[in-house]
Design a protein around this ligand. Structure first.
Ligand SMILES: *[C@@H]1O[C@H](CO)[C@@H](O)[C@H](O)[C@H]1NC(C)=O
Ligand SMILES: *[C@@H]1O[C@H](CO)[C@@H](O)[C@H](O)[C@H]1NC(C)=O
Ligand SMILES: *[C@@H]1O[C@H](CO)[C@@H](O)[C@H](O)[C@H]1NC(C)=O
Ligand SMILES: *[C@@H]1O[C@H](CO)[C@@H](O)[C@H](O)[C@H]1NC(C)=O
Length: 233
């Protein structure tokens, strides 16, 4: 009875703390919001061992809702190779200088710090190029496989030598070589999207996405949304 009571009080305190905003250190600052994403993922020929990386481009159109000089996104285990930030309207496009980019690794965040404050209501186009890994822990973009039904029969001829007979026997040995098909799947439930692309990885931010997949000719790309167009290179 006593134990139950203590637990109850503790929970009540936790709830009060959260409603006072104490939990916000784990949330993205609400100074910018995403308007749309244009993502690009490029894969090489991969199997279960080689080429388990991909290159990505995340173009995020964001709106500044509270004047700031920092754009903070969620990101984990991605190596950013290039960042550009531009201010856009329907009529013009102007590149802004980026002061520095900082990985806040423990918070799974990435900060893009600009040289000057951006006023409220401005629209920014943030373009981030990066390298990511095809993961093996079933989160983000992860590797999976299945065994092909028609396994290849490989017949090897082997010589066996028996000492006591001084004879050589020829035997057939059948080796079934298992052939695997490799694929990459997504697991973007919170908080795993940030392992595949830099983003506002909180359920409150709902936006539209365009997604491009650059694949090898022997690979297949599948989506649960209609294809807008296909280009052949
Ligand atoms: C991202 O934005 C850059 C700069 O505007 C552009 O050159 C590039 O084509 C865009 N990439 C994607 C995938 O939209
Ligand atoms: C790795 O990717 C490169 C470029 O697509 C390709 O030439 C190479 O064969 C790939 N390696 C394997 C083991 O698939
Ligand atoms: C990112 O960089 C780290 C440190 O240099 C390295 O260990 C890791 O393999 C890189 N990841 C990718 C996907 O290139
Ligand atoms: C997606 O791309 C089309 C052009 O192909 C563009 O009209 C549309 O605005 C884009 N949407 C997003 C969310 O980037």
């Amino acid at each position: 009875m006593w134990r139950f009571f203590l637990v109850y009080v503790f929970c009540a305190f936790t709830l009060v703390r959260q409603s006072n905003g104490q939990a916000n250190e784990y949330r993205l600052p609400m100074t910018t919001v995403p308007e749309s994403y244009d993502l690009r993922f490029e894969f090489k020929d991969f199997n279960g061992v080689d080429n388990l990386t991909f290159s990505g481009v995340a173009n995020i159109t964001i709106i500044v809702v509270e004047s700031t000089d920092v754009v903070t996104l969620n990101l984990r285990d991605l190596n950013v190779t290039d960042v550009t930030v531009a201010e856009t309207t329907n009529d013009w496009y102007r590149l802004l200088s980026v002061n520095e980019c900082v990985y806040l690794t423990n918070d799974e965040r990435f900060e893009i710090r600009l040289f000057r404050n951006i006023p409220t209501s401005r629209r920014l186009l943030v373009s981030i190029k990066y390298i990511g890994s095809i993961r093996t822990d079933m989160t983000g973009l992860y590797l999976s496989s299945y065994e092909e039904r028609d396994t290849t029969k490989l017949v090897l001829h082997c010589y066996y030598y028996y000492d006591n007979l001084y004879g050589v026997y020829l035997r057939d040995i059948v080796v079934l070589t298992k052939r695997y098909r490799w694929f990459v799947m997504t697991q973007f439930e919170p908080t795993y999207a940030r392992r595949a692309f830099p983003c506002y990885d909180e359920p409150g931010y709902k936006t539209e996405f365009n997604i491009s997949v650059v694949k090898q000719s022997n690979q297949i790309a599948l989506s649960n949304m209609p294809i807008r167009y296909t280009e052949y290179g």
